[in-house]
Design a protein around this ligand. Sequence first.
Ligand SMILES: [Zn+2]
Length: 83
Amino acid sequence: MDARHSPFASDAELHRKLIESRRSIHGLERRAIHCPRCGYHIMDAYGHEHVVTIVKCQKCKFCEPLDLRLFRTIKGISYKPNK
Ligand SMILES: [Zn+2]
């Protein structure tokens, strides 16, 4: 990767943010976000904070903002972390 085009000041900063992100999901419920148009799995999200993200489906090219509060895992198939 060309460091000049990286949004991070350094590899160390990127590494620190990745570690911090991994720690922040600890204990949170994982939910799958599917494309509202075709059902394709777009991403997994953690927690229930009010997060709006622009999603782009690789399958049907759906591209819209999704409020992640409104797109929760279907009851019964939610991820259960091993403890
Ligand atoms: Zn789609």
